[in-house]
Every structure is written in structure tokens, then in C-alpha cells.
Design a protein around this ligand. Structure first.
Ligand code: SF4
Ligand code: SF4
Length: 135
């Protein structure tokens, strides 16, 4: 229980961390469904925390734990993605889905292979030269 309070507290603190890099996202969704079938969480690290988060945020009930990666991180998937990779609840999809790929927390995480979006990191020199730097 203490861990989840700590996670929420750090999540809250992260709102006040000034961003040192700027991300630019280009491209568009190819509707492959990979991001709905394989995702990580920034605030849920254990099965117990996931159950608590589902109680606090009912929209989390659409997700389930699919497994763990080689480092032991939980991998989540959504129950509402169709076999064709489309969202069966598109109109009511959560904010995180609407904002994906979100600039603030998702990067420098990687997009799925073949994703239609590209993320460019821009530093001060890139702005001077007007040059995007791909992730
Ligand atoms: S992985 Fe990328 S292209 Fe595929 S559904 Fe998600 S956002 Fe769209
Ligand atoms: S709610 Fe829809 S868009 Fe969001 S993860 Fe589930 S299937 Fe994908």
C-alpha cells in the first residue's frame, strides 16, 4: 500500500519537473492495434497496485496484465481491442488513449515497430538549424 502512495506522490511531483527536451510528433496512426495489445504503466508496478488502481480509476478495468518483460516489468493489454486492432469503445476511450503518443511521459520510451508516428527530440542546436532528431 505504501508503494502505491509513493508512486502517486512521485507522479504528482513529476507535474512540476520542467521539461528539458522538446518532442515533436509527426505521422499518423496506422490502426495496427499494437499499442492496445502491449503497454507499460508509469504508475503501476505490481499486481496489487494494479488492483488498487482499478478501484481508484474504474477506466483501468478495461486493462489486464498480459505478462512480464525480461526485466520483470508488467505488460498490460486492453480487453476492448478487436482482433483487427481497432478500438471497440473508441468514443469512450480513456484520456491516455486519446493523447497517445503523449509527449510528456512516453518519451524517451519507444514506439512499437511499424507505428505510424515518429518522435523527434529537438534540442537548442536543432532549433537553430531547424533540424528534427528522430528517436
Ligand atoms: S502502434 Fe502506432 S500505428 Fe499502431 S495503433 Fe498504436 S498508434 Fe496506431
Ligand atoms: S480503450 Fe481502445 S484505444 Fe484505448 S487501449 Fe483499449 S482498445 Fe486501445
Amino acid at each position: 500500500m505504501f508503494d502505491i502512495i509513493k508512486s502517486i506522490f512521485y507522479e504528482f511531483l513529476s507535474e512540476f519537473v520542467p521539461e528539458h527536451l522538446t518532442y515533436e510528433i509527426t505521422g499518423e496512426c496506422k490502426k495496427c492495434g499494437k499499442c492496445c495489445n502491449y503497454m507499460y504503466s508509469v504508475d503501476t508496478y505490481t499486481e496489487k497496485e494494479f488492483k488498487i488502481m482499478q478501484m481508484i480509476f474504474p477506466s483501468y478495468k478495461r486493462f489486464y496484465i498480459k505478462g512480464k518483460d525480461e526485466f520483470g516489468n508488467l505488460i498490460f493489454a486492453c480487453k476492448l481491442v478487436t482482433p483487427e486492432g481497432l478500438c471497440s469503445d473508441y468514443k469512450h476511450r480513456p484520456r491516455m488513449c486519446r493523447k497517445y503518443p503523449a509527449k510528456k511521459i512516453n518519451f524517451p520510451g519507444k514506439l512499437h515497430e511499424g507505428c505510424g508516428y515518429t518522435v523527434h527530440i529537438k534540442n537548442f542546436e536543432d532549433y537553430l538549424q531547424n533540424k528534427p532528431q528522430d528517436l
